[in-house]
Design a protein around this ligand. Sequence first.
Ligand code: 2RA
Length: 329
Amino acid sequence: MKVAVVGATGLVGSEILTVLAERNFPVTELIPVASERSKGKEIEFKGKKFKTVTPDEAIAMQPDVALFSAGGSVSTEYAPLFASAGITVVDNSSAWRMDPSKKLIVPEVNGDVLTSQDKIIANPNCSTIQMVVVLKPLHEKYKIKRVVVSTYQSVTGTGVKAVQQLKDERAGVEGEKAYPYQIDLNVIPHIDVFQENGYTKEEMKMIQETNKIMQDDAIKVTATTVRIPVMGGHSESVNIEFENDFDVQELRQALAAQEGVIVVDDPSNLAYPMPKDAHGKDEVFVGRIRRDESQANTVNLWIVADNLRKGAATNAVQVAELLNKKGLI
Ligand code: 2RA
């Protein structure tokens, strides 16, 4: 399979290359794509060196699938051009996520809705992906009424500049700033731009994307998204109210049986998920599972995943794997 990776030199793009190699995706030809500015830059894949090409050159090379991770404006401009050339696009930006004509896919949750008509497929926001993988079996079993989530998000979600800001601040070096404030030794309750309703765009993504992926607008969601000085992954404190009552042990078993989820929940041995352990892993980790004693039919839990992996690269590659398995590419 001819695979183009658009944005191959970025943080998510390089992770996509790692995941394609690790999962042995059947790549017969790799086409790394970068902007005109980085054209000709060398990247390595499975021990071989490849030179990046521009998006227009990539279209002319007719890949079977293109995994985009180059930001919203590149996706808005180029995804339709790739699609009209017959190339299926899996897009990691927010450009197409809420477009009613595009599918927003997490394979373990709603992979079954993909058809041969889908030429631009959206990859959800990282903080949404790790949450819906956990919500899915619980919604099936107990019917979710409302979700209250607070996030603790890694600087890798912002990109290379933010990782550098944290490293510079730790080293006491003056450098470029990705955030309006110091991030080291700090917590910033602000991710993406503020909206008129007082929420940030990241918070609205978690709300709207959850309803779209779960195919249920009746699920009420409210979110507070926060940046913390961590690199390994995003963490989320999630409070879920169900229509029906549950047994905590049964609920834990339902999560353990869910594809892509690993339960780490043994307080007596101080076992709970942490970003330093999730780093570099493809699964979503869940722990601190306990009944919310302040309200009926409600559970509290803690979800952690590597946001560059399941939150971005791994999910995109899994979508490509699913397309391949269904014979859609
Ligand atoms: C973040 N959700 O962590 C973003 C990345 N897509 O900032």
